[in-house]
Design a protein around this ligand. Structure first.
Ligand code: FAD
Length: 144
């Protein structure tokens, strides 16, 4: 039983580059053993995280509960959750989307302003936008 979960959150005010690297280190250390793959998108200008987690239902649900309780972000909101037949991001223990290479026109395609704000659009729109972010922005991080 595979599922895909996507959520959005706001970064804690004190979150700096070191804290971001610490989170990515935890992803890299923990996710392979949990069988979890996915992508983490961080936008420093809007202070937003978006993350997609794919894997077994129990593993994804358990990790999501842990992540949701993490003080390094707030306003954690589930955007989309679905049973899936196959993974989209099987190659990534946790790839990181490079927001600095993002075309603002892509954000305008999906929202009223060229600002990343997943709270103002539906989960399905967020997922479509996320797919396009993956296709147009480069993904960093180790392949799982
Ligand atoms: P412990 O290290 O025992 O953590 C205990 C508590 O401290 C937890 O509440 C934890 O949230 C918090 N904590 C841990 N390290 C720090 C730190 N450096 N600074 C501040 N608080 C800390 N973890 C994954 O394994 N996979 C992921 O894909 C993943 N994605 C994340 C995405 C985001 C946006 C954030 C904010 C966190 C993510 N994490 C991820 C980290 C996750 O929330 C847990 O901290 C991590 O899984 C370790 O939890 P633990 O309880 O086993 O470890």
């Amino acid at each position: 039983m595979l599922v895909r979960l996507m959520y959005a959150s706001r970064t804690a005010p004190a979150l700096d580059q070191d804290a971001l690297h610490a989170i990515l280190r935890q992803c890299k250390e923990n996710n392979p053993a949990l069988g979890i793959t996915g992508l983490l998108c961080h936008c420093s200008t809007s202070g937003i995280f978006m993350q997609v987690l794919e894997g077994g239902r129990s593993a994804v649900n358990g990790l999501y509960l842990k992540i949701a309780a993490d003080a390094r972000h707030t306003d954690v909101e589930l955007m989309d959750y679905a049973e899936i037949n196959e993974r989209r991001f099987a190659g990534w223990a946790m790839g990181q989307i490079n927001m600095s290479r993002l075309n603002p026109g892509l954000l305008l395609k999906y929202s009223a302003t060229p600002v990343l704000d997943p709270y103002s659009v539906s989960g399905k729109v967020s997922l479509a936008m996320f797919d396009e972010l993956v296709a147009t922005a480069s993904i960093m991080g180790d392949r799982g």
